[in-house]
Ligand binder design. Structure first.
Ligand SMILES: NC(=O)c1ccc[n+]([C@@H]2O[C@H](COP(=O)([O-])OP(=O)(O)OC[C@H]3O[C@@H](n4cnc5c(N)ncnc54)[C@H](O)[C@@H]3O)[C@@H](O)[C@H]2O)c1
Length: 336
């Protein structure tokens, strides 16, 4: 029986992880510690909010007093808390440095003081930079860091800090660097939920530049099962890359969504490119597969269908969020 503190558990991946964990490990208890920024949403957790083994604390990981007291008797920290949207980091990097770097250091020190048995840090493939479209290269645990957006730079800094706390102070850490996730509770500012919800609203789908930006899309539940394996069998101090080895351009992802929803290709609207847009990410997940036996359960097409179904069935959930963030959507896409 473990007591797990999940930071950022009201966000997309964190809330999926809490659902996954309580379902697969009902003997454990979870504290969800979240600042509830624009991306934090307790509606993601209404079905489990009264579970006896679930507690919510509204707090900032950069608040030393609050995080110290939340960490009392905690065995494991899983750190999802972050500013996570590249476009927002281009508009204003400051909150990214505050949370992803400075506040992460406060959390690390608190975890060290609390003598947690494991500190697991959730990171991204974006720390590795960008690959050429025509290369066969993939990112792996030994790839040199080369972050290019303010978001990626702050995530890279947080990875370095996490490793530094291991090497300097013996904090028992693990890190996972994962590719793009998609699935339920994905904030509708990100590519896949933006496309689905725009189409369901009868709007066009904005696609940056030529649309030939290649990503490895992982269904969020498969990310959760990978973290589970790293927590149970991963080696302290190690990093594991997670992805499903499928690389399709954004434009083809959008075409698949149009097909599922029976919408015409004229619903695609090419918009001015994101500055410094990384061309291609690809992940080699041999290490986690070989050492921990991880295998994704979902292929991209069936998971995309599940995701579209979820957004069709949960209109109240995303309509509220889009209304609240109306100014952001107008500024980001209507100026082009
Ligand atoms: N979404 C992806 O495709 C992806 C892929 C790889 C890695 N990641 C990483 O996974 C993690 C979760 O990503 P996500 O997409 O769920 O993000 P998200 O933006 O949906 O959620 C982030 C959560 O963190 C909370 N938060 C932000 N600042 C905080 C602070 N200072 N203190 C406490 N809570 C705070 C927010 O309220 C929100 O609930 C991030 O670290 C991200 O870098 C995301």
């Amino acid at each position: 029986m473990s007591k797990i503190l999940v930071t950022g558990g009201a966000g997309f991946i964190g809330s999926n992880f809490i659902h996954y964990w309580l379902f697969n490990h009902p003997e454990d208890s979870i504290i969800n510690y979240d600042k509830l920024t624009y991306a934090g949403n307790l509606d993601n957790l209404t079905d489990i909010e009264n579970s006896p083994n679930y507690t919510f604390i509204n707090g900032d990981i950069g608040d030393p007093q609050k995080i110290n007291s939340a960490l009392k008797d905690v065995d494991v920290v899983v750190n999802f808390a972050a500013e996570s949207h590249v476009d927002r980091s281009i508009i204003d990097p400051a909150p990214f440095i505050k949370t992803n770097v400075s506040a992460t250091q406060v959390l690390l020190s608190a975890a060290l003081d609390a003598k947690v048995k494991r500190f697991h840090h959730i990171s991204t493939d974006e720390v590795f930079g960008s690959l050429d479209l025509d290369s066969k290269e993939k990112f792996s645990e030994s790839t040199r860091y080369d972050p290019r957006s303010p978001y990626a730079a702050t995530k890279a800094a947080s990875d370095h800090l996490v490793r530094a706390y291991h090497h300097t102070y013996n904090l028992p850490i693990t890190i996972t660097n994962c590719s793009n996730n998609f699935g339920p509770y994905h904030f509708p500012e990100k590519l896949i939920p933006l496309a689905i919800t725009n189409l369901l609203e009868g709007k066009k789908v904005p696609v940056y530049g030529d649309g030939l930006y290649v990503r490895d899309w992982l269904y969020v539940e498969d990310h959760c099962s990978a973290i589970d394996l790293v927590l149970s069998g991963g080696k302290v101090g190690e990093t594991y890359c997670i992805g499903i080895d499928m690389n399709i351009p954004n434009i083809d992802v959008i075409k698949k969504i149009l097909k599922i929803l029976g919408k015409p290709q004229s619903d695609i609207q090419y918009v001015k490119d994101r500055p410094g847009h990384d061309r291609r990410y690809a992940i080699d997940s041999t290490k986690i597969k070989k050492e921990l036996g991880w295998q994704p359960k979902h292929d991209f097409d069936s998971a995309l269908q599940l995701t579209v179904d979820w957004y069709q069935e949960h209109k109240d959930w995303w309509q509220k969020l889009k209304k609240k963030e109306k100014d952001y959507y107008e500024k980001q896409y209507d100026k082009r």
